[in-house]
Design a protein around this ligand. Structure first.
Ligand SMILES: [Zn+2]
Length: 195
């Protein structure tokens, strides 16, 4: 589409919407559009990643209804695509109600929409689980994660090799097993880490 066609399309679009829904001058809209890119039918926004020091793409999430969800204590609610994503990142089985900043940090690595931080802030402020636990110390996202809900349901294994083992039997590997629920741990010395 040529620049003239694009300008005419934006002007027509503004007229159809009554003029106020698309803000700024047409030149401003065209300039803003340079920050976006269509890839296989999906709209992405160019975002500079300060950690990687490069411009990366973030998927633009539409402001549309996605599905109904039975929200605990609030019956069935209509959720949009954006809310459905926040639900996954904040309330999901492995999310564990991480804080507002961490939720935003994780989501902003993949997605973008206007006012995304405010959407996440509002969601976290109204989250019943977070409200209930506000002010209670010792509760972490780790302990809220559903998969860690009972002893010995999830175990973490790790092996450490000792360079100068004191054990004369020649055992130079230490296997550590930790229960994710209770943090109960056990250690064993092994000759080899192969089974
Ligand atoms: Zn929460």
């Amino acid at each position: 589409m040529s620049a003239v066609d694009t300008r005419r399309a934006i002007a027509d679009f503004r007229n159809e919407l009554g003029g106020n829904s698309v803000r700024g001058t047409i030149d401003g809209v065209l300039e803003f559009a340079k920050e976006f890119e269509l890839v296989r039918g999906l709209l992405f926004k160019h975002v500079f990643d300060a950690v990687e020091h490069e411009v990366q793409l973030r998927l633009c999430v539409p402001d549309q209804s996605h599905s109904k969800f039975e929200y605990p204590g609030q019956h069935w609610k209509n959720l949009g695509y954006r809310e459905r994503l926040i639900l996954e990142y904040h309330n999901g089985p492995l999310a564990g109600h991480i804080g507002r900043e961490r939720t935003y940090e994780l989501m902003s690595k993949d997605y973008w929409w206007p006012g995304m931080y405010e959407s996440i802030r509002r969601w976290c402020r109204n989250c019943e689980t977070c409200i209930r636990e506000r002010g209670i110390s010792g509760v972490t996202s780790f302990s809220r994660t559903q998969y860690y809900s009972r002893p010995f349901r999830v175990l973490q294994y790790d092996t450490v090799e000792c360079n100068n083992p004191r054990d004369e039997s020649g055992k130079k590997y230490i296997l550590t097993v930790i229960c994710c629920f209770s943090r109960c741990r056990d250690r064993q010395a092994w000759r080899s880490c192969k089974r």
